[in-house]
Write a protein that binds this ligand. Structure first.
Ligand SMILES: O=C(O)CCC(=O)C(=O)O
Length: 277
C-alpha cells in the first residue's frame, strides 16, 4: 500500500491570505534562538577580525574604521553565502523553503544574501522597491528579512507600505542623505503610507519585491539592529539582473536564468548591475 507523505506546512491559510492582501507577512521564530545566536556571533567575529572576507569579495566590504559615519564604519556584507557556509545554510534554510513555497505557490530560487550591522547612529535606507534592482520578470522577487536583534521604530527597524505589491516599479527620486545611506527614494502612492514593523530576534518579514519599504536611522543609544536579508524569486520566472548570478536552488545547486535586458524604469544606463536592494 502506498502512502502519501504530506509536506509540512508552516503557514496558516489566514497568514497566506494576509500576505497576498497586504504584500508582506511577519512570521515569528523562523530561526531558533540558537540559530540567531550563531549568526550574530559569527558576524561579530568579522568585525572583531576573527575571520575575513576573501579578497575576491572585498569590493563589497570596505569598512572605514575611523569614520564618524556609523554606516561607513559598519557597512553591510553583500552575498555572504558565496563564501561563508553558515550564511549559505541560513539562505537555504528548510523552514524558509517551506514558507516561500507556500507564499509563492512555486519553487523558490535564491538570488541574494546580506548581513546588516546597523550600529547605533547608522543612517537607514530610504523607501524603495527591491525588484527595481533584481529585475525579475515576469512576476517579482520576494524578500526574507530576519531580525538578529529586536528591530523597532527606534533602532531603525523596517517600514513597509502595505498593499503596494501591485504598484509598478518606478524610477526612484533622490533620498535625504542625512537619513539614508542610499540614494534612491520611492514616494508612496497617494493615500498609502509606510507603517513601522516590530520584529523580535528570529522573526522574519517576508515581502513582495514591488512593495515599497525602507528604514530610518538607528536612533537607539546602544542597541544595534543586525539583520540577515535574503532575496528569492519563483522558479517559473524567465530572467533576473545578471548581477545576482550565480543563482541557487534549495539543494544548493547553481541554476541558470536569462539575464534581464529591459534596464527597468530609469533606462538601461542606470539600472544594470546596481544590486542595491
Ligand atoms: O534593513 C534595512 O534597513 C533596509 C534593507 C532593505 O530595505 C532591503 O534589503 O531591501
Amino acid at each position: 500500500m502506498s502512502t502519501t507523505v504530506a509536506e509540512p506546512q508552516l503557514l496558516s491559510r489566514e497568514q497566506i491570505a494576509f500576505y497576498h492582501r497586504e504584500g508582506y507577512l511577519i512570521v515569528p521564530q523562523v530561526f531558533s534562538p540558537d540559530e540567531v545566536q550563531a549568526i550574530a556571533n559569527h558576524f561579530d567575529g568579522l568585525i572583531q577580525g576573527r575571520w575575513s572576507i576573501p579578497p575576491e569579495y572585498q569590493n563589497h566590504w570596505v569598512p572605514e574604521t575611523d569614520s564618524p559615519d556609523m554606516w561607513r564604519r559598519y557597512p553591510r556584507v553583500m552575498f555572504p553565502h558565496r563564501f561563508d557556509a553558515l550564511s549559505k545554510r541560513m539562505l537555504l534554510h528548510p523552514r524558509v523553503h517551506v514558507i516561500l513555497r507556500q507564499l509563492l505557490n512555486d519553487e523558490p530560487i535564491a538570488a541574494q544574501s546580506m548581513f546588516y550591522f546597523k550600529a547605533p547612529g547608522s543612517r537607514g535606507q530610504a523607501l524603495h522597491q527591491d525588484n527595481f534592482y533584481l529585475q525579475v520578470e515576469p512576476h517579482t522577487c520576494i524578500a526574507a528579512w530576519t531580525a538578529i536583534d529586536p528591530a523597532t521604530k527606534e533602532n531603525g527597524g523596517l517600514w513597509v507600505v502595505p498593499n503596494t505589491q501591485d504598484h509598478e516599479i518606478v524610477c526612484p527620486e533622490v533620498a535625504d542623505e542625512k537619513e539614508s545611506a542610499f540614494r534612491d527614494f520611492v514616494r508612496p502612492p497617494p493615500g498609502k503610507k509606510a507603517i513601522p514593523t516590530h520584529l523580535n530576534p528570529g522573526d522574519t518579514l517576508f515581502f513582495n519585491g514591488n512593495v515599497i519599504h525602507g528604514s530610518g536611522p538607528n536612533r537607539h543609544p546602544t542597541l544595534w539592529r543586525r539583520s540577515f536579508i535574503c532575496h528569492y524569486f519563483p522558479a517559473s520566472a524567465r530572467c533576473i539582473n545578471r548581477g545576482y548570478f550565480p543563482l541557487l536552488n534549495f539543494n544548493g545547486d547553481e541554476v541558470s536564468y536569462e539575464a534581464s535586458t529591459s534596464g527597468g524604469p530609469c533606462g538601461v544606463e542606470h539600472a544594470a548591475l546596481s544590486y542595491g536592494a
